[in-house]
Design a protein around this ligand. Structure first.
Ligand code: 2RA
Length: 330
C-alpha cells in the first residue's frame, strides 16, 4: 500500500507515522509530505529514512491513501487534487467534517457508512472522538435526551508551539512565543480555538455538532464548554447525560466495559479513575467517576480521558485506513 502522510513533521503527523508502524499497517511505500521548507528533509519510518516531498510530487506518485494533518486551508486546497488523482484522503482537519456529502467516521461506531466512492473522509475532532466512544453505546441502550460537556484540554491539541509555551512558563522563561492570549501555566483558559458570533468557541461548536453526524442522531441536545489546561497527556471531559429512559448503574458500567476501545477505570474507594498523565501514548478511551446525578432522574455523570494525539487523531485515522483496506474500499 502506497501511503502519503501529509503534515508528516507536525505533532499529529509524527504520531501517525508511529501508529502506522506500531499497527504494522501494510505500507509498501511511504510518501511523507510537508511544507516547501521541509522538502528534502528526512523522516524515520520502520528503521528507514524517507525524504519529504512536495504536495505535487506526492499527488503525481498516486498513493492509494493520503492521511492529512496539515490544517484546513491545506486540506481544502489539496485533498481534492489527491482525490482527482484517485487517492483516498483521510483528513484530520475540520475542513470537510460537516460537509453533507463527506463521511465523518469513528470506526467503532459508523465505519459501515464508508463506500469505495468516498474519496475524502473526515476524521472527527479529538474531543468529539473520545466523547462519542462513550455516548454511542449508552445512546443505543438508553436514548440520549441531553448532554452537557465540560472539557479540560491538553496543550498538545494546539500544537508544538503551545507545548513550548507551557514548558517555558514552567521554568519561568518568558522569552517564548505566546500561542495563547494568557499564560497557560498555573492557569485555565475557557477558550479552545477562536470565538464565533454566538460567543461559543469553534471547539465547542465542533463538540455540539459532530457527535450527531457520527451517531446519525439529532434527537438529543448537547452543549459544551471547552477549557485549555496546562496538561500534555490528553483531553479530559466531565459529562452529564440525561436519558429518555431509566438506567441501571451496574448495567451502564457493564455496557462501557464491553465496548471495544473503551476501558472503565472506576474504583473511587481506591482512588482509581482516568487521568491524562496515564492515558498519554495509549489508544483507549478511559471512563470513570460513573455515578448518578442526584439532582434529577435518568441522569448520569462520568469522566472521560483519552490521548488526543492518538485515538483523538492519529489512531482513529489509521483505523479508518485499516477498515478501507480490510473491506477492499481502496
Ligand atoms: C484542540 N481539538 O485541542 C483541538 C484541535 N486539536 O485544540
Amino acid at each position: 500500500m502506497k501511503i502519503a502522510v501529509v503534515g508528516a513533521t507536525g505533532m499529529v503527523g509524527q504520531v501517525m507515522l508511529k501508529v502506522l508502524e506500531e499497527r504494522n499497517f501494510p505500507v509498501t511505500e511511504l510518501i511523507p509530505v510537508a511544507s516547501e521548507k521541509s522538502v528534502g528533509k528526512k523522516v524515520s519510518f520502520k528503521g528507514s529514512e524517507f525524504e519529504i516531498v512536495s504536495m505535487q510530487t506526492a499527488i503525481d506518485m498516486k498513493p492509494q491513501i493520503a492521511i492529512f494533518s496539515a490544517g484546513g486551508t491545506t486540506s481544502l486546497e489539496f485533498a481534492p487534487k489527491f482525490a482527482e488523482a484517485g487517492t483516498t484522503v483521510i483528513d484530520n482537519s475540520s475542513a470537510w467534517r460537516m460537509e453533507p456529502d463527506k463521511k465523518l467516521v469513528v470506526p467503532e461506531i459508523n465505519a459501515g457508512v464508508l463506500t469505495n466512492s468516498d474519496k475524502i473522509i473526515a476524521n472527527p475532532n479529538c474531543s468529539t472522538i473520545q466523547l462519542v466512544m462513550v455516548l454511542h453505546p449508552l445512546n443505543t441502550k438508553y436514548d440520549l435526551k441531553r448532554v452537557i460537556v465540560s472539557t479540560y484540554q491538553s496543550v498538545t491539541g494546539t500544537g508544538k508551539n503551545a507545548v513550548d509555551q507551557l514548558n517555558a512558563e514552567i521554568v519561568g522563561n518568558e522569552d517564548v512565543a505566546k500561542v495563547y492570549p494568557y499564560e497557560i501555566f498555573k492557569n485555565a483558559l475557557p477558550q479552545c480555538d477562536v470565538f464565533s458570533d454566538d460567543d461559543y468557541t469553534k471547539e465547542e461548536l465542533k463538540l455540539m455538532k459532530e457527535p450527531k453526524k457520527i451517531m446519525d442522531d439529532d434527537t438529543f441536545n448537547l452543549t459544551a464548554t471547552a477549557v485549555r489546561v496546562p496538561v500534555q497527556g490528553g483531553h479530559s471531559e466531565s459529562v452529564n447525560i440525561e436519558f429518555e429512559n431509566e438506567f441501571d448503574l451496574d448495567e451502564v458500567k457493564k455496557i462501557l466495559a464491553e465496548t471495544p476501545g473503551v476501558v472503565v477505570m472506576d474504583d473511587v474507594k481506591n482512588n482509581i479513575y482516568p487521568m491524562p498523565l496515564y492515558s498519554e501514548g495509549k489508544d483507549e478511551v478511559f471512563v470513570g467517576r460513573i455515578r448518578r446525578d442526584l439532582s434529577q432522574p435518568k441522569t448520569l455523570n462520568l469522566w472521560i480521558v483519552a490521548d488526543n494525539l492518538r485515538k483523538g487523531a492519529a489512531t482513529n485515522a489509521v483505523q479508518i485506513a485499516e477498515y478501507l483496506v480490510a473491506n477492499q474500499l481502496v
